[in-house]
Every structure is written in structure tokens, then in C-alpha cells.
Design a protein around this ligand. Sequence first.
Ligand code: TRP
Length: 346
Amino acid sequence: MNSYATTRERSDELAAAVTTNPSRYRVLTGERPTGPLHLGHYFGTIAERVRLHDLGVETFIILADYQVITDRDGIGPVRDNGYGAVLDYLAAGIDPNRATIFAHSAIPALNQLILPFLSLVTEAELHRNPTVKAEHAAAGRALSGLLLTYPVHQAADILFCKGNLVPVGKDNLPHIELTRVIARRFNERYGRIFPEPQALLTSTPEVPGLDGRKMSKSYGNAITLAMTADQTATLIRRAPTDSERTITFDPEHRPGVSALLTTAALCSGTDEHTLANQIGDAGSGGLKKLTTDAVNDFLTPHRQCRQDLARDPGFIRTVIRTGNARANDIADRTLDEVRSAMGTTY
Ligand code: TRP
């Protein structure tokens, strides 16, 4: 916990430094294209990405497609999921002319960095990683070699473009720590090539799903960004609440009611207690109506823009192909530097 407090503090200082000097930073971040993006993604990372991008920070977004198969057998409709994610990035305000959006599997030189990086970590270090342990437990299946080495691929994702700023949630901090270790060990052994990237902790608390558990597609409790207003209303209507007429914010005793209040608060930029007072004795019905309106009002412009962009799938494809070409140029250059540093030039 202590180290979390230190990271939090460092992250706040970093946020101030980025605001003063955006051109010194290069952001690399992304997701696994496992399904549609939801409000948890929006408030957890996308809003922060857009904020940094608007400040003028150079932005790289990875569609981490290989990492889809870290914890499952089937890769699923990976391309559609990736296209959907790109629609959401653009609708949220990422400008494809200024940002590089690319697919992990399309960048061979990035993937080749994983080999020397693997030599810089021990098996014990990989087994100790709390995020890998948690993901392994959640997957409920044997630990694959790909999941065990996940933090090393992520290090390659970040370091191939010399990203020095990684906006992440708390869960991802151990991965960033290992990325720093890998950069440091590489630089010590072969000469300085890589920056030691810093984690920028997102300040939004975890967005609860409609039942009070973590918002996750697999729990069926997620409001996705692409849903229609009617689908949103139906999902919220079905959310578990209680029969107490007076609405109060009490996550421990009233998880369902409180999750709806948090959702509405995030979407309307208010706080939960103010909304609870406003709803007063109108019970679950009042709460659900207010939440549905708050979510739909908030998402209407995003959904409209997303729909307009989706009419031209060729455009999204071009965005990814252009991003792949840019990422490949950079990855090739970095791999050349690595080869020179290691003496493997022929
Ligand atoms: N590990 C991240 C996730 O599970 C996705 C990811 C892959 C990522 N490579 C990255 C995030 C590099 C930040 C930086 O969502």
C-alpha cells in the first residue's frame, strides 16, 4: 500500500509536469480487443487518453490482439472488436492524423524485442507478478506461457516506440514496474537505448458495473459505448436494486443502488450524494430513470459520431493500416539500434 501511495504521489507530480511540457512525452497505451468497450473503459482510460492527446502529447494506441489469447483458447472476432475500439477512440476525440493506432500482431520488429527482453527477467520474477497471478486465477485454467510472459510483451509494446508515459489503472502498475526493470537492465548491459517509462495513474475510481461488481462484459453488467439508448434503458431497468424508497449512497449495504448513483454521477459530472438527495423518496424507479437519462445524454454525441464513422469501414481500416506502417517504421529503427548495441549486425 505504501508503494501505491508513493506511486500516486509521483503520478500527481508527473501529471503536472506533462501539462507544462507535453512535447517531452510519448504515450503508449491500449487494450486487448476482446469485446465492445464500455463505460468502465471510457472513464478508466479513454477520457484520460483524449485529455493527454488534446494537450499535444504524442499518442500511440495498441490493439493488443496477440494478448487476447493470454487467458483463453479462441481469439474470437478480433478484427471486429478492434474496429469497434477504433470507432470508440475516434468518436471520443482521438485524431487519427496525430495519433498512431496499430495492431500488435502487425509489427514484427516489436515482437522480436521480446526475445532479448525475456533474457533480462527470471522465471521467479514473472511468477511473482501480482497481476499475472490475478489474471491466472480469474482465467481458471492452466497458466499459459503467453500469460506468464505478458509483462514482457507489454514492455516491448511500450519500449519499441520509446514510450515514456503510460496511463494505466492500479492493476497495471506491476507491469510498468517490470518494463522499467527491463529498460534499465538492457541499458546497463548493452548501452542506453530505452527510456524508463512512467506510469500515470488514472484518477477515476473503478467504475462499478450495474450490479455493483466490477464492470465487465463477462458479468453482463456493462453499459457499452455502442449500445442504443433503448438497450441502455433495458439494461438499467434490469439492474438489481432494493425496495427501500429513500435513495442513499451506501456502496457496502446497497451495492446496486450505489452503482447506479456512481454511473449517473460520472455521466453528469455531479456527485452521488447530491443525486441521491435529488431523487429522495422516488425509489428505484426514480433512480433508474435519472441514471438512464444521465447515461444516454452523456453518450448521445459519442454514439452519433460513432455511427457516422461506422458507415465507412474502409476508413477505419485505413486508420489501422496507416498506424501499422508508422509503427513498423519506428519498430524497425529501434530493432536496428538493438542489433547494433548487441553486435548482431551482419
Ligand atoms: N495489458 C493491457 C490490458 O490488459 C493492454 C496492453 C497491452 C497495454 N499492451 C499495453 C496497456 C501497453 C498499456 C501499455 O488491458
